[in-house]
Write a protein of this length. Sequence first.
Length: 404
Amino acid sequence: MATIKIVLDQRREKNDGTYPIVIRVRHLKKYFDLKTSYSVVKSKFDGKKLLIIGDTEANFEIEEQKEMCSKRVREFMKQNINTAFDIDALKKFVLQKPSEIVTVESFWKDVIQQLLDSNRTGSARSYSITLSVLSKIVDFNCKFSNITYKDLITMETTLLKRGVSVNGVAVYMRTFRAVCNRAILYNFATHEWYPFRKFKIKKEKTTPRTITLELMKNYFALNLSSNDILYKAWCIGKLIFMLRGINLTDLITLKKSNVHGDRIIYKRAKTGKMYSIKILPHTAELIEQFSGSTEYLMEFMEVHNDKKTVSELNIYTDFRKRLNKKLKKIGGLLNIEDTLTTYVFRYTYANIAKQLGYSKDLIAEALGHEYGNSVTGIYLEMFDNDVVDMMNENIYQKIIPPNK
């Protein structure tokens, strides 16, 4: 039986001191390696967990490539269940390029499904939206080799003419580039074909949208009746802020089993990072108010699902759109100039924490980002709950009116 494993190939050190990460396929006493696009120094590779330390995105890509390889190996084993074979035959089958029958569109949809299966719903949503937008400009019912540099220019030009911002275009083009990179990794396209080699994705410097401490106070102090059509959206905005800028998807999929005493402990869908957040007084009030009979902690949506298909994912996308429209209306009531969205609460939390004098490392830990100072990182890993809890409570006291 063949085995598949992610390996740091230490036989050949590169000029920069790194070693390539490969997918090793072993049968009996022989093996062959499949290249990945990653190489790291020895200290950055966890030999027990078989992953790159501190690079979630790279680990997901390598794991996806491994799964694609596993699928090919399973197909080969099924076809040769009663037949003796050697490692060379297996290698030839795994490495063969079935690009003649795989279109850009079909491969793209497979990638979306892989992301959904990996619970990377944010990335799946981005890939799905990008496919929908770009497929109206260029026909993706073709081989990758049919896509040219001219097609990339056509996509960019068309989007800009439609009024899409430079950074908005960049999001679409980076997503398509990621699809192309995956196609090369999976041998559905060649390095020689790669149209992004000459194409430069443009971007503009932007400042994350935030609101001031005073405006956030006004938001919390707003007096809305529970019968108001904006009430639920108002409460969700408060919860995102009080739960340290929690991602909307993570918030609405929290379950009662995520509550442990006075803490909410959950794994972020996007990164897999574990969070432990102390439940603040007003947070507890809202949890109790929106709690229901299902397994979910708060019932903001009429229907929950596992988001394992694009149609299921679209339910969440529509919910987010409706929510942001209501938040925009609330912003209008408070004379907030910038458009109020779920992301504004996350960025505002970080901005207010910075204004109150907290370090970037501590704020990064609260939001689940990587922190730059390795010494501080070690400290936070040991004492993160107490330190971050204190910061969160101080921010809470600055925002919540005395009668709350």
